[in-house]
Design a protein. Structure first.
Length: 293
């Protein structure tokens, strides 16, 4: 660990246009401010090469610590970062489970909650707009989706899983593919809220009603989720707290002068809105019962 400090931290994210990462960055700033730290923001656009370039540049600029929200599974950039004399924390995504300091949610449990909710409403043909298999959030949320189906005795149908990535445009394309099937799904679980927004727009453009013709659940509970009409049912995670907890964990490493593989994992909660349950009687942000796992 470095002895001379610059009082500068850095956050590396994959998509600056995604409101999730805006909330995360605000949390980092709020968590770092009491220590007198400034925070730099770097955007990778989901590119491993751009991520690696940012990390090399940040190390050269002698930042005191790095929060990485753009890691990939078995990420060579993270393996490289482990051997640098700079504290770091992975947030929302991890590279190799257990090997790095990490802040995030229980993605398997959250996806299971979302899928169980749809099953409980009577849906049997449930689609999944899936993240890439190279990213932990994509892998684990797909795993939770599949686990909920298996627990309910429902088949996991490959044709009902469409890779969307993590952006709105991908959600629209994947939703179009599912809705073009001879037997389209009656409900869809999207890997993120932004993917759900893309699916929303595509379904509404085809004249479908939500939730009567197709129900949609997202993940993250970004502010936009409650503003859609009808509101988007989603899995809530404490986005701001992700950032502030990551900052506190990073500052703790800096103060101690050594790295730690400590992991902070939050229990997700299901927030039920009109995209899955129609009609009056449900408050705008009413959570379902038995939310955490």
């Amino acid at each position: 660990m470095k002895l001379q400090r610059t009082l500068v931290l850095a956050v590396v994210i994959p998509d600056i246009t995604n409101p999730f990462f805006g909330g995360l960055f605000r949390g980092v700033e709020d968590g770092a401010a009491p220590g007198g730290y400034q925070v730099l923001l770097c955007n990778t656009d989901g590119s491993p090469d751009r991520q690696q370039a940012h990390l090399h540049s940040l190390i050269a600029r002698r930042v005191d610590g790095i929060i990485l929200a753009s890691s990939f599974l078995k990420d060579p950039a993270v393996r490289w970062l482990r051997h640098q004399h700079v504290p770091y924390v992975l947030v929302n995504r991890f590279s190799d489970e257990g090997a790095d300091p990490f802040v995030g949610s229980d993605d398997v449990a959250g996806a299971r909650l979302a899928t169980q909710h749809l099953i409980g409403l009577g849906h049997k043909r449930i689609g999944h707009l899936a993240g890439q298999s190279t990213v932990s959030t994509g892998v684990l949320r797909r795993r939770g989706f599949q686990a909920a189906l298996a627990e309910a005795g429902l088949d996991v149908r490959p044709e009902l899983v469409a890779e969307s990535g993590f952006v709105e445009e991908g959600g629209a394309r994947a939703m179009e593919r599912l809705l073009s099937l001879p037997e389209p799904p009656t409900a869809v679980f999207a890997v993120t809220d932004m993917v759900a927004v893309g699916a929303y727009g595509l379904a509404r453009g085809l004249g479908l009603r939500l939730p009567e013709d197709v129900a949609i659940v997202g993940y993250n509970d970004i502010p936009l989720a409650s503003r859609l009409v009808p509101g988007l049912t989603t899995v809530h995670v404490p986005i701001h707290e992700f950032g502030s907890a990551a900052a506190r964990l990073l500052l703790g490493q800096i103060a101690a002068g050594q790295a730690t593989p400590k992991r902070v994992v939050y229990s997700p909660q299901l927030v039920v809105r009109g995209s899955t349950v129609a009609g009056p009687g449900l408050p705008a942000d009413a959570p379902s019962r038995g939310m955490g796992e």
